[in-house]
Design a protein around this ligand. Structure first.
Ligand SMILES: NC(=O)c1ccc[n+]([C@@H]2O[C@H](COP(=O)([O-])OP(=O)(O)OC[C@H]3O[C@@H](n4cnc5c(N)ncnc54)[C@H](OP(=O)(O)O)[C@@H]3O)[C@@H](O)[C@H]2O)c1
Length: 282
């Protein structure tokens, strides 16, 4: 059986991998920043102490607004750190699985396919794109798998769903941006698609999001409807909610390539959201 190392194993996505792989009784090595700091090549080289075939990198600097002021940190983790992992994978003949983002796109197109031109408009997006490019520069295509995902939520980590549920504890009216569109994606669905691709030996770049699209405002409305919580959600414009980082207006990733390889329809984001909310209500 393939042995997998999870880097960034205590983040939102990393912990979902650990949970699923442990349930499958698959041998895994779960490493946090305390074990391996990807920004230090010397630290990454400690991976030699373990026996495995595949690195799944869930480590990243994901604070989109903070990245604007903490630029060196964002590039250090999302670009240099990923470069270090690619160098290690190249020198030690390991496969590297990595996650990128819809924010590598500018947001001027309604639906993005894998081969579309990138054009990030934030430091986070730029640093993530550099990470992708480092992998592509250092590794042969059959040695890497990059999944671009978006609007991720799930247990163990800060995310939009949790933010909305927390706000609803103290407020009965919330203003949410209604003119940015993306595809909300459940961390456990992303784990399932990734492991299926890994099992099939897939490589290259894939867009990996739940089907359909939403604005943040509609996403919030659905959360409260499903939770049967009476919260008034007002859709506001991006201009009315200024943030340090610019975000793409439209960053809906087309998941047709993923569906074709998996040979099944990827479920709608509302269905996945409902499953997540049921799981946290139990
Ligand atoms: N969340 C989203 O909405 C979203 C959307 C699109 C794409 N993605 C991508 O999906 C992937 C997973 O995101 P996520 O939401 O699970 O992120 P997350 O919850 O922020 O987890 C990131 C993990 O990386 C760790 N880390 C940070 N710097 C590190 C370093 N130098 N060395 C080793 N580990 C380090 C963090 O540890 P500490 O907490 O201790 O710093 C944390 O455990 C990322 O590649 C992200 O860019 C996420």
């Amino acid at each position: 059986m393939t042995k997998i190392v999870i880097i960034g194993s205590d983040g939102m996505l990393g912990s979902a991998f650990v949970k699923v792989l442990s349930q499958r009784k698959q041998e895994i090595i779960a490493l946090t920043i305390k074990d391996i700091d990807i920004t230090q090549l010397q630290s990454v080289n400690h991976l030699k102490d373990y026996e495995f075939d595949i690195i799944i990198n869930c480590a990243a600097f994901t604070a989109v607004d903070q990245a604007e002021t903490d630029q060196s940190m964002a590039y250090s983790v999302n670009s240099l750190g990923v470069k270090n992992l690619a160098i290690f994978a190249s020198e030690n003949n390991k496969k590297l699985v990595h996650f990128s983002t819809d924010y590598v796109f500018a947001g001027d197109k309604k639906l993005y396919i894998e081969s579309d031109s990138t054009g990030p408009i934030s430091i986070y997006g730029k640093s993530k794109l550099e990470g992708e490019q480092e992998i592509q520069r250092i590794l042969d295509i059959n040695q890497y798998l990059i999944l671009r995902t978006a609007w991720l939520y799930g247990p163990n980590g800060k995310n939009f769903v949790k933010t909305m549920l927390n706000l609803a504890q103290t407020r009965n009216e919330i203003n949410v941006v209604g003119d940015q569109y993306g595809a909300p994606t459940y961390s456990f669905d992303l784990v399932a698609w990734t492991l299926a691709l890994v099992d099939m030996g897939s490589c290259g770049i894939y867009h990996a999001v739940n089907s359909g699209s939403s604005s943040w405002c509609l996403f919030a409305k659905r959360i409260f409807q499903m939770q049967k919580q009476k919260v008034q959600v007002n859709c506001i414009s991006t201009e009315e909610y200024p943030t340090p980082a610019s975000r793409p207006k439209y960053s809906i990733l087309c998941n047709k390539k993923l569906e074709k390889v998996l040979s099944y329809k990827i479920r709608k984001w509302e269905e996945a959201l409902s499953e997540y909310l049921i799981s946290i209500n139990i």
